[in-house]
Design a protein around this ligand. Sequence first.
Ligand code: CTP
Length: 400
Amino acid sequence: MLANKHILLVIGGGIAAYKSLDLIRRFRERGAKVTAVMTKAAAEFVTPLSVSALTGEKVFEDLFNLTDEAEMGHIELSRAADLIVVAPATADLMAKMAQGHANDLASNVLLATNKRVLIAPSMNVHMWTHPATQRNLATLEDDGVLMAGPNDGDMACGEYGPGRMAEPLEIVAAVEAGLGAGPLSGKHVLVTSGPTHEPIDPVRYIANRSSGAQGTAIARALAMLGADVTFVTGPADHPAPHGVKVVLVQTAQEMLEAVESALPADVAIFAAAVADWRAANAGDRKIKKDGSGPPRLEFAENPDILATVSKRKKGRPGLIVGFAAETDDVVAHATSKLETKGCDWIVANDVSPETGIMGGSENAITLIRQSGTDVWPRMTKDQVAARLAQMIAETLEGKK
Ligand code: CTP
């Protein structure tokens, strides 16, 4: 997997730096050689001695260290590795990278390298969503920097939201994918996500409460395993993940067209909460109150995208995963969807308001396959996504 790969790990100064110790172990148990560069702030959180004990190598800290320069100059250090990983990538390190600063060893190495760089951002949710960080992120993405995370979650500072560093195994998966060694490398996976909006007139629409959180997490988890992901999304609350091809749609009909033009795919996952009906008589002008009472809406049925793709004779993806959003008799309804829609797996969930699942950060799913039914414990949507992506990778591996 990572045998004979050399990773240069730049450890930034954030509370998540403690996770970099576990990250080093994970890299090494996969056969990678790890050399670490620590910023001055990083050394406030973890000691260079711990880092060196785990890498089994000298740790580089200072740009103006004559002994280091004599042993291995910073230019050579930046180029000897196969990939540079920055974890945690603090807001400050991201800003330096985006601006091309080179005022310490870490930023020097990142500017001088001719190798790919992968960052695992870690910061407070407001620092992450600040326009300055988002500008820097866009610059880094344009520069071809790879990303792992950040995840949504509880923060050391007591707040909740995006900005939590990806877990070590997620970073390892992203590194494997970046080096073309991920289990889904070379596989095209299509994911639908979010709600659809069906217009009534130019200013009003029919929608549902889907936030797009689960579909977004699934697309991210698949990309982290190296898949080439096409992400077809309705208007969702969550930003699309990094490193996937995003196709934005509004309506069910647009979603079907986008899905069909994205085929062929090895795997297709239909996580979108597609509106079953659209207004048949949608107006092209705003409907006015004209004193004759409320307007009558006529409905037309939308195409069933999952069923349409599942029943294709030619070019059907090898593995098709549908979702079932239910409020009662969850397993019975979901099992009958598996049959009627013709997909291979169904991820069933109870979206009754009291579960807090629709629009929330957790999910409790039952996975229904021809071979049986598995009830998963309640977990975060990121965890559901990681587990599902792993199962998909193992299934494709088994089919080889
Ligand atoms: N789906 C789809 N196109 C539609 C409706 C649903 O692709 N027009 C997909 C969803 O993305 C999901 C699965 O079908 O993977 C089941 O969706 P769900 O909303 O649970 O069920 P429906 O098919 O809409 O049936 P019902 O509303 O009767 O529960």
